[in-house]
Write a protein of this length. Structure first.
Length: 314
């Protein structure tokens, strides 16, 4: 379906060419403005759909009157098909996660009951402890899948409010600095010169920041210094977490935000590869961009919240 949308854009090529060839002056100007307006609407619609707004569609005034409006109808039809397919996949994932939570809980309870008898040999006790840890990890995985799915499916901003992002960062830093110290790492923050006000879901943004800094703890060696910075720009508000660890190969800088993505150096470590996927889901929910880059050495992740979202307090 995505390829069909791309092919539909080719319909605009003969329209543009014909606009150049039809007469001159006012006629050309009208044709050009019409095409430009529809291109703008198409760009906005596809961008909105890609950010998770499943209801985004091309505006239609009535039955198609020309090839441009016919293109809008076909684009909407393709978006309808994509929305249906995505919905089916999402529902299946949610159903699987829900169905597997119950047997996992029962298995964990059964192991606890077996251990409470006190009749196990030490080696059996160790094996059951390891099994419990694995079950807990699976449970956490399913919980994260459900959370990502719910965030991606939601288009509500009911929990949005205006808050001081710099103050939130200070609170999180104070809580996690001891965790970094225990791991032999350092977490540094840059003091904001003034309050950095953000219009967003505060709890989600807190989870986003926590996932970014715990990703440093999981994948960076002792002695690494990580920085957590926020700043306000004319374009919006940015959150940046950077470290001087091993970094990520350039070919994997985009893939690290995909669910279950775990690059080779980290595959032997505990984890599910969902931490940064949750970061991206939260960023997408807020219309924010997510970028990973080389920190020379290390990894730098930047989340940019657009000014429009920040100022949407009314």
């Amino acid at each position: 379906s995505v390829d069909r949308i791309t092919l539909l854009l080719l319909v605009l090529i003969p329209l543009i060419v014909s606009g150049m060839l039809i007469g001159n002056g006012a006629i050309n100007a009208v044709v050009y403005r019409t095409i430009a307006d529809h291109l703008g609407e198409l760009d906005q619609t596809l961008r909105a759909f890609s950010r998770g707004q499943s209801t985004a569609r091309m505006p239609l005034a009535g039955p198609p009157r020309d090839r441009i409006e016919d293109l809008s109808v076909q684009v909407n039809a393709n978006l309808d098909q994509l929305d249906t397919a995505i919905g089916a996949i999402t529902n299946t994932a949610v159903a699987i996660a829900h169905d597997l939570r119950t047997p996992l809980t029962r298995a964990s309870l059964a192991i606890q009951a077996a251990r409470s008898t006190g009749a196990l040999r030490p080696e059996a006790e160790d094996l059951l402890i390891q099994a419990t840890l694995e079950l807990d990890q699976l449970g956490a995985t399913f919980d994260t899948i459900l959370r990502i799915t719910n965030i991606q499916a939601s288009q509500s901003g009911a929990a949005f409010s205006q808050f001081d992002l710099a103050a939130l960062v200070d609170t999180i830093t104070e809580s996690y600095a001891p965790v970094f110290e225990d791991a032999g790492l350092v977490l540094a923050t840059a003091a904001a010169p003034s309050p950095v006000m953000l219009w967003a879901d505060r709890n989600m943004v807190a989870q986003l920041i926590i996932n970014l800094i715990t990703n440093v703890i999981k994948h960076c060696p002792p002695g690494t210094t990580a920085s957590l910075r926020t700043r306000e720009t004319p374009d919006g508000v940015t959150i940046t977490v950077a470290d001087h660890g091993h970094g990520v190969p350039a070919t994997d800088l985009v893939a690290i935000f995909a669910p279950f993505s775990r690059i080779d150096p980290s595959r032997s470590q505990p984890g599910t590869g969902l931490g940064l996927a949750l970061v991206k889901a939260i960023a997408d929910h807020h219309g924010a961009s997510t970028t990973a880059s080389d920190n020379a050495p290390g990894l730098r992740v930047t989340i940019c919240f657009p000014a429009a979202e920040r100022d949407a307090s009314s």
